[in-house]
Design a protein around this ligand. Structure first.
Ligand code: FES
Length: 145
């Protein structure tokens, strides 16, 4: 089968979909490759992500990876959340077809963008390199596959 059961499960029944009106950090990113958009909302209490929701105009793989990513970062500290790589999310989903891997980058970038927004709003200093995997759209064009 092309998609793992976990991917199908998170695609059909995505967790944490929606918006958080009083979010402490909001990140919106676009995938240069397909034009899909992802918005991530974080509620942060004392450096801990107490709630997370996402909205996406993206494909099924983007929905499944975002759903899994929200589950993986909920309850974590922000410093841990930004360490979450798209590879880790893909592994947690038991893999994605190679040509769909770029979709998983959207979730990772959206988490980082939301944390950056939280840091900026609260005047918290951070190392910009930590919030950039080096392949986000603001630095380069996507060329991974
Ligand atoms: Fe655009 Fe998957 S095809 S995120």
């Amino acid at each position: 089968m092309l998609y793992s059961e976990k991917v199908m499960d998170h695609f059909r029944n995505p967790r944490n979909v929606g918006e958080i009106p009083d979010a402490d950090g909001v990140g919106e990113v676009g995938n240069a490759k397909c034009g899909d958009i992802m918005k991530m909302y974080l509620k942060i209490d004392d450096g801990v992500i107490t709630d997370v929701k996402f909205e996406t105009f993206g494909c099924g793989s983007a929905i499944a990876t975002s759903s899994m990513a929200t589950e993986l970062i909920k309850g974590k500290r922000v410093e841990e959340a930004i360490q979450l790589s798209n590879q880790a999310v893909v592994e947690a989903l038991d893999g994605l077809p190679a040509y769909k891997l770029h979709c998983s980058v959207l979730a990772e970038e959206a988490v980082k963008a939301a944390v950056k927004d939280y840091y900026d709003k609260n005047g918290i200093a951070y190392d910009p390199d930590l919030l950039c995997g080096g392949d986000c759209e603001s630095c380069h064009e996507h060329d991974e596959q």
